[in-house]
Design a protein around this ligand. Sequence first.
Ligand code: UDP
Ligand code: MG
Length: 322
Amino acid sequence: MELSVIVPIYNEEESIHALHVKISAALAAAGIDYELILVDDGSSDRSFLLLKAIAAEDARVKVIRFRRNFGQTAAMAAGFDAACGRVVVPMDGDLQNDPADIPRLLAKIDEGYDVVSGWRKDRQDTFINRKLPSMIANGLISRFTGVHLHDYGCTLKAYRREVLEGINLYGEMHRFVPALASQVGAKVTELPVQHHPRLYGTSKYGISRTVRVVLDLMTVKFLLSYSTKPIQLFGKWGVYTLLAGSVSGLTTIYMKIFEHFSMNRNPLWILTIFLLFMGIQFIVLGLLGELNARTYYEAQGKPIYVVREKINFRDSGLGTGD
Ligand code: UDP
Ligand code: MG
C-alpha cells in the first residue's frame, strides 16, 4: 500500500462527514492506493457512531476507538502503529488541514526525503494566543534540536513509515517527530500547505499548551544530546560548580589569613558550601543518569546507533544495529 492517512478525532462530529468526503476526493483523484485510519480519542459526542458508519460503507477506512481521552499524541501513535502504507500522513480531523496537499507531500517524499513537514504559511488562527506562541516555540525547537522548521505544530506531515518505527511518543511529543527522526539520520524538509479556519467545534487546546511544549522540548533536547552520556551534561556543571566553590573557599581563607576578615561573617563562605554541595549533587545525578542509561538501552536491547546498510555480512539488511 502506498499511503496511510492518520486522523486523530476528539469530539469532531460536525466535521467527520466532510473530512471523509474531502480525503476520498483528494486521494481518489490522484489515483493513490491508500488507507484512512481514524482514531477516536475517547470522544463524548457522536463522533464514534459517525466513524463506524463511514467504515461500514468504505473498506479503505479503519477505525480505532480509545477507551478514554488519551490525547492527540497517543491517538497519532496508535495510528502510526497500525499503519501499513509506505508513507504515513497524519492530519487534523477538524478540516483545518487540507487533504488536497497530500499528493504534493508524497511527491516531495519521492524526491528522496524521509520527512516532509507541512508549513502553515498562511495560518488561520488568532495571533496573540496561537500564532505568537507558536512562532516562539518553532524558533526554540529549531535552535535546540538543530532541525530548522517554520512550523513544528502543523499536524499535516509526511513520513516514510520506516522512520517512525523506532520512535516512541510520549506527552505532547508528536510535534517533535521530525527532530527525533533527523536524529536517526532521516532527511527532513518542509513544504507550505494550506490552512483553513476552524468551521465547526472548538479547539482542544489553550495557551497552557505553550508550557507543555517547552517542557517536552527540554526532554527532547536531553534525549537527543545526552541520553547515552548524562554524566557529560551533569558532570560538566558539577565540575564547574565545584571549581567555583573552590575559588570562593580559597578566597575566604585568603581573606581570613591576609586580611583578617572573619570566616563566619564572610558570605563567600556560605556560597562555598552551597556550590560544593551543588557540585557533588550534579555529579551524583550524572552517575545515576549513567546507570539509568545502561538500564534503558540494555534492558530493551536498544542500540545506541542506527545503521543505514551493511555490506558483505551474511545477515546484511537495513535497520538498527542487530
Ligand atoms: N485531538 C485529539 N485528542 C485530544 C485533542 C485533540 O485527538 O485530546 C485531535 C482533534 O480532534 C483534532 C486534532 O487533534 O483533530 C487537533 O486538535 P485541535 O484542532 O483542537 O488543535 P488546534 O488546531 O487548535 O491546534
Ligand atoms: Mg485545529
